[in-house]
Design a protein around this ligand. Structure first.
Ligand code: ZN
Length: 609
């Protein structure tokens, strides 16, 4: 995708040159049969157009070449300029040149003059992991041997070009805004947003639009994971504070890899139905992801809060970059929030590690200062606080989002009142500790950890690393520690489930978040276990879905995603079973739509699968 030229001007220039060429070709090709009415000519050209595209779909080289003018003046043009001749076109159309995915939408034809028709379509092709989309032209010419393509072109679209319109017809619509599921729904997508969603009467399908028959499917808003970290890998190499493998996997190299290739996680999120994520803490480069991802339909939309303000001067930083800004005093609180504001952070995140009792008041006062400064700057405050006392402080400081459960004791009336007053969203993040536990058990026992990846979204590189876990050896993790960790994790899970049920019943908004990037909490597929844990804690399936869509959008501060309604972004998840019955059915992903581009699950899987 290196075409950032004014493509339209180039294309218009070419089209003029091409029309000039075709008039010369028409004369050479001999007198055409007597001119037919324009409608008949358009139909004939369209038939040839469709035969040409169908031959690409079927990978039928003979049928494909038969649609072209067998002449030295057959022109094939692209960003690098035209090349001429049927022979070179035939040579380039070899058996290995067919795309793995070929989508041709929005066919348009216009008669130029008797015997000449101009046509375009919008393509999306995929060669392995490389996807390209753009506009392709044809000039159809009536020759003594019938209609032939005299000119063919393809120009990739600049990033952010809206995809062609599409109608999704026949699925059951769950809009994410509390309306009852609507069977036999129609959803019209146009310019990357939802143009209409409702019954067939409410949303008539316009003529000429691509129609996807989704009978037997359910359409829900794309999922939002409101708690992720692009600065972490999903394994121990990104968290040397949990399991120190830096001798073998130097932390600076791991971080350089994460920074260079966030698209690994972009794909695994989409593959898991996640079309938006909130990165709530990481290195400064994570602040650049929002812009990079927003117009890329192969990426989830990203909000990022950047480096964390921490009550603890935590050591896990790079030699030349910090992800933890120490809240050492009032000035540090002010400057930390100011740094995040000036660097485009979506929020200020504070990491509150329970301090010693005699340090608590001082830590609480710094959290209040950071909260006041965030409010002054207009940035929402996000807080990691797992103890009831710390979480109450966070709410007093004005927290917009608590990214973890309270796990040390039951929440009380005071907590609920503070949460209401702050208008806070509670993200329970129930399952992240299980990943740490599975990693420790695997290292201690020598058995491979279970990987929960129902759609094959995790890439081969990460799977190779995870496969090393059993060989790490009990020297790193002893069984007594694992036993303790098992007991502690189970106790916290019970407290977290009870607290979630209580807060949900009290009407505190709940958002779904996984803490993906932590060991064995994998970017993308970890949403399934998290949503199921929320359901197990007593939330109804549609309430979990609400937390994983609309409330996630609220947590990210966005009102253009998280629901299926006219004007919202066309980010959708299409599954083959009813998620209103159980959220387990959200594992049965068939298609994911991001920014109006619909891809089958086979396109989104990791290449090795
Ligand atoms: Zn986290």
């Amino acid at each position: 995708m290196n075409v950032r030229l004014p493509v339209r001007d180039v294309a218009a220039g070419l089209a003029l040159a091409i029309l000039f060429m075709t008039s010369a070709l028409a004369q050479q090709a001999g007198a055409p049969p007597a001119a037919a009415p324009a409608g008949a000519e358009l139909r004939a050209a369209r038939d040839l157009f469709e035969a040409n595209l169908d031959a690409i779909r079927r990978r039928d080289r003979d049928a494909y070449l038969a649609t072209y003018l067998d002449s030295e003046q057959l022109a094939r043009t692209g960003p690098e300029g035209p090349s001429l001749g049927f022979a070179s076109h035939a040579e380039l159309s070899g058996d290995d040149s067919w795309p793995d995915v070929f989508e041709a939408l929005d066919l348009r034809l216009v008669p130029v003059r008797p015997g000449v028709v101009y046509g375009t379509y919008r393509y999306r092709v995929r060669y392995g992991a490389d996807e390209q989309s753009g506009l392709s032209e044809r000039i159809f010419l009536l020759t003594g041997e019938g209609w032939r393509i005299a000119v063919t072109s393809a120009f990739n679209s600049p990033p952010g070009t809206p995809p062609p319109p599409r109608a999704l017809v026949g699925a059951t619509l769950i809009d994410g805004n509390g309306a009852a599921p609507l069977p036999q729904a129609v959803i019209i997508l146009r310019n990357g947003v939802i143009d209409c969603a409702g019954s067939r009467d409410h949303c008539p399908v316009p003529n000429g639009i691509a129609i996807s028959d989704l009978a037997g499917h359910w359409v829900v808003p794309g999922l939002v994971d409101a708690h992720v970290h692009f600065s972490q890998t999903g394994w121990a190499d990104g968290r040397p504070d949990a399991l120190d493998l830096r001798e073998r996997f130097p932390y600076h190299e791991v971080q350089a890899g994460l920074r260079a290739h966030p698209e690994r996680w972009f794909r695994s999120y989409l593959c898991s139905g996640v079309t938006s994520v909130f990165d709530v803490g990481g290195y400064p480069w994570t602040l650049e992801l929002r812009e990079r991802a927003e117009r890329d339909t192969m990426a989830p939309r990203v909000a990022a809060s950047g480096p964390l303000l921490s009550t603890l001067d935590f050591w896990l930083n790079l030699p030349a970059e910090r992800q933890f800004i120490h809240l050492s005093d009032e000035t540090a609180a002010r400057h930390g929030a100011g740094y995040l504001h000036s660097h485009g952070a979506a929020a200020v995140k504070i990491w509150v590690i329970p301090p010693a009792d005699d340090e608590f008041d001082r830590a609480a006062s710094l959290v209040m200062s950071a909260g006041a400064e965030s409010e002054r700057l207009g940035l929402p405050l996000l807080v990691h606080a797992t103890g009831l006392r710390e979480a109450k402080t966070a709410l007093r400081a004005g927290a917009h989002l608590l990214v973890h459960s309270v796990w040390d004791r039951p929440v009380d009336d005071e907590f609920i009142a503070l949460a209401r007053r702050a208008g806070a969203i509670y993200c329970p993040t129930l399952t992240v500790a299980d990943g740490y536990l599975r990693m420790a058990v695997s290292a201690a026992s020598g058995e491979a950890p279970r990987i929960d990846d129902p759609n094959g979204c995790v890439d081969a590189e990460l799977l190779r690393r995870i496969a090393l876990t059993p060989a790490l050896g009990s020297g790193l993790v002893d069984s007594a520690t694992v036993a303790q960790q098992t007991t502690r994790t189970a106790a916290r899970r019970r407290t977290m489930a009870d607290n979630l049920a209580r807060l949900h019943a009290a009407g505190i908004p709940i958002a779904m978040g996984t803490d993906a990037g932590n060991p064995l909490t994998l970017h993308g597929p970890s949403v399934h276990a998290e949503m199921e844990a929320m359901q197990d804690a007593g939330m109804a399936p549609l309430q979990v879905l609400f937390a994983a869509t609309r409330n996630g959008a609220l947590a990210m501060g966005r009102d253009d995603i998280g629901m299926i309604a006219a004007g919202r972004a066309a980010d959708l998840l299409i599954v083959a079973a009813d998620p209103a019955q159980t959220v387990e059915n959200l594992r049965r992903i068939r298609y994911v739509v991001r920014g109006g581009v619909m891809r089958g699950i086979d396109e989104l899987r990791a290449p090795s699968h």
